[in-house]
Ligand binder design. Sequence first.
Ligand SMILES: [Zn+2]
Length: 176
Amino acid sequence: MANDYLVVVDMQKDFVDGSLGTPEAQAIADAVAERARTFEGTVVFTRDTHEENYLETQEGTKLPVVHCVRDTPGWQLVPALEEVRRERDAVVFDKPTFGSVALVEWLAIQNDQQPIDSIELVGLCTDICVVSNALLIKAHFPELPVRVEAALCAGVTPDAHEAALATMRSCQVEVL
Ligand SMILES: [Zn+2]
């Protein structure tokens, strides 16, 4: 049986209908939940995670919109994804920045135990955390197919979404 992984990136309230929400993110939420529910393989989640000092961080000075502060409602996964996370008892990586080093370290351990066949990413935002994690994963696993489902991702803007997909294609991430 294939050993496939699905990484659901930052499907949190603040990125869907909270402080940094977009209509595009709202439009994909149910379909992302369905993909995560029915995925044949291992599903893991990431959560963008900031502390109370967000506005003083590098990210906060460049993007002065408070979001995903740990233990606030906006930090939680949206309900449909939170339900899937509980159903599947999935691992969650709380990450302080765009790409998750802890995620790739964990994937490397899984890969040593049982070789991974493919890694797919879905979620938010295409042009920030999806592309960051896709390229981080590709750097650690150059021989693995790394896939992104374009219809299950949304960007900060539709143009930024398309630009990130183009960048990922250039870097041999399969855009589905
Ligand atoms: Zn953030």
